[in-house]
Design a protein around this ligand. Structure first.
Ligand code: F6R
Length: 276
């Protein structure tokens, strides 16, 4: 049994398991403040040593309050991102880069345009390449992460299929950055933002499960009852390619940051998750 250290800020309710740690907060605002505090200490610590820090970033609704908190830290608490290198998890295939629903647009709109991360430090898979160029691009993406020193920290959300990144059911644990077909559940979840299912891309480029699991620290965020049952499958079900988030059960340094609603199906299972 592994305990969790005292948080640097905030007083969340903890759940204890071997791996990973599950941290349940009264609100998502408190959760993201806690996580942003950890990430800002990482960034400042590296800056003090004159070193870069490599962050893996996610898109979607879940990380929005976290990005707002990073922007607040930048504007009001002097947090600089000058020594930060970023790699995003994924990108849709087949949309022009400036399309409002690309992850390139999302990241600029919600984070990059508001902080001082150098443009040359920002990496997202390209969704606009000709078919024949995609495998080499995916290999280059992996090589860039490796050359940057690997992911110090990876931020994740969880999809309705249990995906991390766009690693849909059937994604091998050792998979690497590649082109994938999006699950119908994932496409349906994205349909409102696109104004209808017919506009949602069918394919994407995603970091693989193996790429993600190589990160030295992982934080998965989830809010709301909609995520409760898939979180239960990911955390208390079998470790399986059918739920790629279940691979995190074996990662030695992963924390799940949940609000009470997202954790509701876990708290009902005291036999697997002991409430402190
Ligand atoms: C986003 C990503 C996805 C999302 C997941 C949850 O880059 O890779 O795995 O994290 O689909 O999406 P939201 O946060 O919109 O519920």
């Amino acid at each position: 049994m592994r305990g969790i250290g005292t948080p640097a800020c905030g007083v969340p309710l903890f759940l204890f398991m071997s791996f990973p740690s599950i941290r349940v907060f009264d609100s998502r605002d408190v959760a993201v403040r806690e996580l942003a505090c950890e990430v800002s200490e990482l960034i400042r610590g590296r800056a003090a040593q004159g070193r870069l820090v490599v962050l893996g970033l996610a898109t979607g609704n879940t990380p929005l309050p976290f990005y707002q908190e990073l922007i607040r830290l930048h504007r009001h608490e002097g947090l600089s991102f000058a020594n930060v290198v970023t790699f995003n998890l994924d990108e849709y295939l087949g949309l022009a880069r400036e399309h409002p629903e690309t992850y390139w647009s999302f990241m600029h709109r919600h984070l990059f345009d508001h902080i001082d991360v150098p443009a040359s430090h920002i990496h997202l898979p390209s969704g606009t390449l000709p078919e024949a160029a995609i495998p080499a691009h995916c290999a280059e993406y992996e090589a860039s992460i490796h050359d940057a020193g690997g992911l110090d920290f990876q931020l994740l959300g969880i999809g309705g299929t249990g995906h991390i990144g766009f690693n849909e059911p059937g994604s091998p644990k050792d998979s690497r950055t590649r082109c994938v077909q999006l699950d119908e559940i994932t496409r349906r979840d994205a349909a409102p933002a696109f104004g209808g299912l017919e506009w949602v891309p069918t394919r994407a480029i995603t970091m693989g499960c193996g790429t993600i699991l190589a990160a030295r620290r992982i934080a998965l965020l989830a809010w709301g009852t909609k995520k409760a049952s898939i979180l239960r499958a990911a955390l208390t079900g079998p470790i399986t390619e059918q739920v790629s988030a279940s691979f995190l059960q074996e990662h030695p340094n992963t924390a799940f940051y949940l609000d009470r609603s997202a954790a509701s199906a876990l708290e009902a299972r005291r036999e697997t998750c002991q409430v402190s």
